[in-house]
Design a protein around this ligand. Structure first.
Ligand SMILES: [Zn+2]
Ligand SMILES: [Zn+2]
Length: 137
């Protein structure tokens, strides 16, 4: 997605595409590192000196409400954001802290248990030691 596409995408989702919002979504789409508010703020403040942490937080909140991002809460007290809203698994490495995507699906069984319930979100979380860190030790 280039800047023009991001702009159109935001408009389609009912969000007015300010420069800051475009840059925040662009960051998420190009980095795919599941950043926290802090990470995005630190990376973008060099580019946008007028940016505040509150703006980043509020932007992500409205992105979430419009289904543009998902919030990953694999770690207590640490919200991370993902512009890939398809259902996929997240693996967090306890050593380096990286959150890695993997293909996964919730399969069979839950429909019966949750009959009559309305599912808003699906999360698949794994934790452990990533390949890179496992090879080092
Ligand atoms: Zn690791
Ligand atoms: Zn992800």
């Amino acid at each position: 997605m280039d800047i023009g596409d991001i702009k159109k995408y935001l408009e389609e989702k009912g969000i007015s595409p300010s420069f800051q919002r475009i840059k925040i979504l662009e960051y998420l789409l190009t980095h795919k590192n599941h950043p926290t508010v802090d990470t995005i703020y630190k990376e973008l403040m060099q580019l946008i000196p007028t940016l505040s942490k509150t703006t980043v937080y509020n932007t992500l909140k409205s992105f979430f409400e419009k289904g543009i991002v998902t919030v990953i809460t694999i770690e207590e007290g640490e919200a991370r954001y993902d512009a890939d809203v398809s259902v996929h698994g997240h693996f967090k490495c306890n050593k380096c802290g990286e959150v890695i995507d993997f293909d996964a699906e919730v399969k069979n069984g839950y429909e019966e248990f949750l009959k009559g319930s309305i599912i808003d979100e699906k999360h698949i979380y794994f934790r452990g030691t990533c390949k890179k860190c496992a090879e080092k030790s």
